[in-house]
Design a protein around this ligand. Structure first.
Ligand code: DP6
Length: 355
């Protein structure tokens, strides 16, 4: 027999960023963060996990290519889930698995991204959330989503890892509470609002460069924690206030406040990267031009129409306040930042929030 579970997980984009860990092993952040989960039709990972007594070893394929599972963090994630597995019975198929059997059964994992991994569009966040969720379902784990998010947070593979993965376990607007417990038990994702709460927002991702970033988030944030005084000021003094204001802006669907907070936060995060020694440059000239263009437009309108935010790379995530604005934005982008050919719209991905 073979027992199989398939799960789909979207990626998320932070509007108040996570940058810096207070514990690298447990992946505990130095500040709370807030993200929006993207529409799974556009950016998502689909993962199928299976167990069978016939499987001789744990194996995983990413976009059809087998990858090594040697990474200690992946193994520890698998161990965590196996230890939480409960009895499973399917009389029709003649399957009976006892709690302790999960430790002995090997798993096969096949994961696909529906977007280019190389574009650096937060692909790992989707991957881990999906992996943890599908393994937990397969092994009949009874823990709630909050506790699963704690496992997703630690589900680092050696090739891609992501603490921010824990936010992808929910749709809509999600907060990753940093928590205080040294063992990480209260560092979990919480849904602030569902996708239906604010569904006028439209997200456009401008792929400025599909080159893989030079400094990974993991090493970038480690260097910032070690050398940037601005980062510590941000985590202690700035983010706690912004989190409260951002929660309120989301609750009230207050776009001007939402946009202001998101843009300021993105700029401060990149300022912390510049304040790191040696400095880390994630944005390029095109990213800066996009920022100027949005800032000018927002000023001319007298009230923000579009918010921008940049993760650890040059690609712009633009959030328009509604469809009309998104259409105008796309026109502006195509005019000022034309793609290589007229028919090539691939650099702009139009994404709506899940709804
Ligand atoms: C800039 O979650 O990729 O996207 O936990 O080290 O794997 P690790 O980092 P990761 O970092 C994400 C950083 C960010 C901001 C965010 O998503 O909050």
């Amino acid at each position: 027999w073979i027992l199989m579970v398939t799960a789909q997980s979207p990626t998320n984009i932070a509007v108040i960023k996570y940058w810096g860990k207070r514990d690298e092993t447990l992946i505990l952040p130095i500040n709370d963060s807030i993200s929006v989960t993207l529409d799974p039709d556009h950016l998502c990972t689909t993962t199928t996990v299976a167990v069978s007594p016939k499987f001789e070893k744990d194996q995983m394929w990413l976009n059809g290519k087998e990858i090594s599972l040697a990474g200690g963090r992946f193994q520890s994630c698998l161990r965590e889930i196996r230890s939480r597995g409960t009895d499973y019975e399917d009389q029709e198929k003649g399957i009976s698995i006892k709690k302790q059997d999960w430790e002995k059964l090997n798993v096969h994992i096949a994961s696909f991204n529906n977007f280019p991994t190389a574009a650096g569009l937060a692909s790992s966040a989707a991957g881990f959330a999906c992996l943890v969720y599908s393994l937990a379902k397969l092994m009949n784990v009874k823990e709630d989503q909050g506790q699963l998010s704690a496992i997703a947070r630690q589900a680092h593979l050696t090739l891609q890892g992501s603490g921010s993965a824990c936010r992808s376990l929910y749709g809509g607007f999600v907060k990753w509470a940093m928590g205080n417990d040294p063992n990480g038990s209260d560092s979990i994702a919480i849904q602030l609002a569902t996708e239906a709460h604010w569904d006028e927002l439209v997200i456009i991702i401008a792929v400025v460069s599909s080159r893989q970033k030079e400094t990974s988030s993991t090493s970038g944030m480690r260097e910032s924690v070690e050398t940037s005084p601005l980062l510590h000021h941000r985590a202690k003094e700035v983010v706690p206030k912004c989190i409260v204001q951002m929660e309120e802006a989301i609750r009230n669907r207050d776009f001007p406040s939402f946009a202001k907070l998101a843009c300021v936060d993105s700029n401060q995060f990149h300022a912390c990267c510049l304040d790191t020694s040696p400095p880390i440059f994630y944005m390029n000239d095109t990213s800066h031009k996009i920022i100027s263009c949005v800032e000018k437009w927002n000023r001319a309108e007298g009230t923000p129409q579009v918010a921008y935010t940049f993760d650890a790379g040059p690609n712009a995530v633009l959030i328009a306040k509604n469809r009309q604005v998104a259409t105008l934005l796309l026109q502006k982008l195509l005019f000022y930042f034309p793609p290589a050919s007229e028919t090539d719209l691939s650099r702009y991905k139009l994404l709506r929030l899940c709804f």
